[in-house]
Design a protein around this ligand. Sequence first.
Ligand SMILES: C[S@@+](CC[C@H](N)C(=O)[O-])C[C@H]1O[C@@H](n2cnc3c(N)ncnc32)[C@H](O)[C@@H]1O
Length: 500
Amino acid sequence: MTTLSLHWPAYRLFPYERLLAIAEAIALLSSRQIAEDPESVTVTADRPAAAPRLTYFSAYQTPRTPPAPTVQHLIESETSGGSRRQSTRYSVHGLHEYKGKFNPQTARALLNAAGLPKHALVLDPFCGSGTTLIECAHSGFRAVGTDINPLAITIANAKAQALRCDPELLVAEAEAAFRAAGRSRRGRLLADVRGAYLHRWFDAPMLARLETLRAHIVERDPSVSEILLVIVSNLLREFSLQEPDDLRIRRRKSPPSERDPYQAFLEDTRALAANVRVVQRHTGVCNATSVRAHQGDMRTFATAAAARGMISNFDAAITSPPYAMALPYIDTQRLSLVWLGLVDPGTLPSLQAELIGSREFNGSPRSIWERKLVDNSERLPAAHAALCQRLLEMLGEQDGFRRQAVPSLLYRYLAGMRDSFLSVRSLLRPGAPFFLIVGHNHTVLGGHRIDMDTPALLSTLGETAGFVTERREPLQTYQRYGLHQKNAICREELLTLRAV
Ligand SMILES: C[S@@+](CC[C@H](N)C(=O)[O-])C[C@H]1O[C@@H](n2cnc3c(N)ncnc32)[C@H](O)[C@@H]1O
């Protein structure tokens, strides 16, 4: 038994982060908490050697040694440019924007708190841009992610690739593409189906320059070219005629960017390489081949995985699932999806409609889902079907086209999540935890505000799919920098299910 004093970081933690911090210390160090003060927590630990892996502590020390920094503290502080705020863009996390991205520290702390064996195999069924996969790579776990959105898969795999790349080669190849593109006197023309779409959203000279850069990037070393393309993809909205920060696609009202796109590409590549050097120095060159994202629909993924002989003995799953009636994410990613050649522009609406939580029906009309809802032909739990049927009855004349669809959309969302849970359950070994960070929703129907307790709805669905609910923990957050804690709000919950 060793007595360890664990130091809090310089930034203020949310209450749930402090709870997670204690949970990870107990599981990782096999420890018991004996005291707490504003600066630190004191524990007696059976496994003190694991202390460098803690997420929410900046340092640890024994009564006889000076404080030693945790790996997380080193990585965050050496890549934050001197800021004392919690960084969520350390390592490769800032490679590409992705709406609904999850806090990387939360994923890492959950992995620690789960008490997983060495080289455990982790699943993220809705992996998005790969936050969980990257934190698994940092922690030495193997991981598989799945997402229906091909852009998510491209970003997640580019991040994994960046973790194991040679950062000097990354910069050298970016500089070579930059020079070659700069020398091209005539920009390339896009005469293909991509061009027909993209010409609507870019000035012709800008599009020609981006296309020239793309042509030179694809000729570079294959171990880094995909990463470089993703860096350019992240810049597309800035240099387009779309309003860059708008969740919906609207014509730009703000002035065009003053940066040069080739310079911006080089700056972003150098910044990424600097982060990769730091993370490789502190964790070794990660064996990031053991983390991989696969495109697929989670509702049917387990069946497809079994057919391909994929391993189905996962030790844990961690995810932030889609929301009911989520914003049309695919819309804001259209430029990237088309420019990277991931989808034919004509199929964008059907891709949007396939997402769980989509607001679009496309191909499977609302009337079909309304009938299923009335008959509960998907055999959802009685309370879930009753909730959707009550919403249907509440609809009033004043509810427009979008609101008329809400009950059927909610019913379709719940059926999709139930099927996904069945799929996840068949991939997990018995006893494995399934952590979900779930948001609350509300809608207005017939002039009344209706709050939807999505964590409770998903907890019951999980129970019908072979899980037990272990706990529900509110994740109180407030504006970390500026506002006082009394303004705390609880928009999300940590739902912990366990495979039976
Ligand atoms: C909240 S986001 C996850 C974000 C992720 N945690 C991250 O850090 O980037 C939910 C994800 O679910 C995906 N999704 C929606 N329907 C799906 C389905 N049927 N199968 C797999 N993924 C799906 C969406 O494409 C989206 O990326």
